[in-house]
Design a protein around this ligand. Structure first.
Ligand SMILES: Nc1nc2c(ncn2[C@@H]2O[C@H](COP(=O)(O)OP(=O)(O)OP(=O)(O)O)[C@@H](O)[C@H]2O)c(=O)[nH]1
Ligand SMILES: [Mg+2]
Length: 469
């Protein structure tokens, strides 16, 4: 820069001009210096600006995280001084249900209808103890109805056991109410076609009684579970919850004995509506109740159960219209909003299938997971029982047959000398003087012999020609 200053043409200009110009130059020079100085600091300024922006973005993320992801609850609290002992305040916006509810102490109401279920309860409580959702956040509600066995006694015993362990649950309520269910609880009684409509409507009433008395303002979720589930992941609540749907069900299959094919899609009540289903509904009476899996009602609906791929992604979702009741997770607000289990024909359906349809109609999301499976127990039908009886008898008969054969084989070996080989050797000696033609006449059938087509050039033909020249 000093060279550029000395090179200013001082001779050819007036002092004034020079001064002026020199001044300008000085200014330019100082400006250039300042600019250079500034340029030297630019990286720092840029970093500073970057830091400011980064901090701003960071703060923004934190705010979004706390408000949305953490789902910060309303902090409003009314002044309850003086009445806090008798008045409880709930802001229901705080119990909407988030996809990771277990991290925010969200309570689940676990509803279980029971009838003649004493035999299933040991298995049921075994699953309960293994649940990974924090047990203190699970409130249990049971409805025991029309039972001929000791369902209530078994239930109390199991609850007593589990509540003494570290795996104890939150609040527990048991309700008892008989609905006069006349249809038996055996497999074939339950699954007869004529029994379906009345049975489903009655079950709907039972479910409504249960949730309507058990649901509290502090529940964010309601989970429905049948007692007769044999295999279920312990993470079922979290697995269903993280999908963030209003109503969600897994796929339900059942194991079968080998002679029946080892496994089978079970719950056909989870399906998507089809044109065939809608057309069928139009042809039926107002009170009719379509049920799946019966030749009487062909709906051509895609069933969740049949869409299972054993190697499929368990996260895959399928939109549904009807849902089965074996295992349903719902946000509590679905019931608070007025959805329920229709105990009458709603769009030609009742109970859980109608609940799915109704909830969807009310704008809630209703979803099933085709590749996420839980397993219902296998209960033999009357035909299966007959076949099993026959198989049991057959097994006994075959065992007996083997026993007798072994016995005879032994006796045969010991009691009789096997002379077959000797006989073959000595047979000719014995028979050498015997004219067997008296005992065994040899007859030759010559019919058709003239029709034989013999090649004229063949050796036989030539020989014949030699005999008959
Ligand atoms: N409270 C009550 N519970 C019932 C009644 N009928 C059945 N249950 C219970 O409801 C759950 C489901 O009943 P299931 O008999 O398995 O019948 P489902 O769910 O229609 O399905 P399937 O297993 O296919 O017959 C089980 O936990 C039963 O114990 C009833 O009339 N009242
Ligand atoms: Mg069942």
């Amino acid at each position: 820069m000093s060279t550029s200053l000395s090179s200013i043409p001082s001779v050819s200009v007036t002092p004034y001009e020079y001064q002026e110009e020199s001044k300008t130059h000085k200014q330019t020079f100082s400006n250039t210096l300042a600019l250079k100085n500034l340029q030297q600091h630019i990286p720092q300024i840029k970093t500073f600006r970057d830091i400011t922006i980064s901090v701003f973005i960071f703060l923004l993320i934190i705010i979004i995280f706390f408000t949305k992801v953490l789902n910060i609850n309303s902090t409003y609290l009314p002044n309850l001084t003086g009445i806090e002992d008798t008045v409880q305040f709930f802001d229901l916006a705080n119990y909407d249900g988030s996809p990771n509810g277990w991290q925010y102490d969200e309570r689940v109401l676990f509803c279980v209808p029971l009838r003649d279920a004493a035999a299933h309860l040991p298995m049921f409580f075994d699953h309960m103890k293994k649940l990974t959702y924090p047990h203190e956040l699970i409130d249990l509600a049971f409805l025991v109805s029309d039972s001929k066995d000791d369902t209530m006694g078994e239930l109390l015993r199991h609850l007593d056991d589990v509540q003494k362990t570290p795996q104890k649950f939150g609040q527990i309520e048991i309700f008892e109410k008989d609905f006069g269910q006349a249809i038996g609880q055996g497999f074939s009684d339950r699954h007869g076609f004529a029994a379906q409509g009345p049975r489903r409507k009655l079950m709907a009433r039972a479910r409504n009684w249960l949730w309507s008395v058990a649901l509290k303002p502090h529940h964010s979720y309601v989970y429905w579970r049948d007692a007769d589930v044999e295999t279920v992941p312990p993470t079922i609540l979290e697995d269903l919850m993280h999908h963030d749907k209003d109503v969600i069900v897994p796929n339900v299959w059942r194991p079968l004995p080998d002679w029946l094919g080892s496994q089978q899609p079970y719950d056909l009540n989870s399906w998507q509506e089809s044109d065939g289903g809608l057309q069928l509904a139009d042809t039926l009476d107002e009170d009719a109740c379509i049920v799946e899996g019966y030749v009487e009602y062909q709906t051509w609906r895609p069933h969740l159960a049949y869409l299972r791929d054993p190697y499929g992604d368990p996260e895959v979702e399928m939109e549904l219209d009807g849902v089965g009741g074996v295992s349903i997770l719902t946000k509590a607000r679905v019931f608070r909003s007025g959805s329920h289990f229709p105990a009458f024909s709603f769009e030609k359906h009742a109970e859980t299938e109608a609940f799915g349809k109704l909830s969807k109609k009310m704008g809630f999301s209703v979803v099933g997971l085709p590749h996420y499976v839980i397993w219902h127990i296998y209960e033999p039908s009357q035909d299966d029982l007959k076949h099993m009886e026959w198989m049991a008898l057959e097994e006994v008969r075959q065992k007996e047959e083997i026993k007798v054969k072994n016995k005879y084989d032994k006796i045969w070996d010991k009691a009789y000398l096997d002379v077959q080989e000797d006989w073959l050797k000595e047979r000719n000696k014995f028979l050498k003087n015997t004219d067997m033609s008296k005992h065994r006449k040899i007859q030759v059938d010559w019919s058709g012999v003239d029709d034989w087509k013999i090649d004229k050039d063949s050796k036989i033909e030539k020989k014949l020609a030699d005999f008959n020249p």
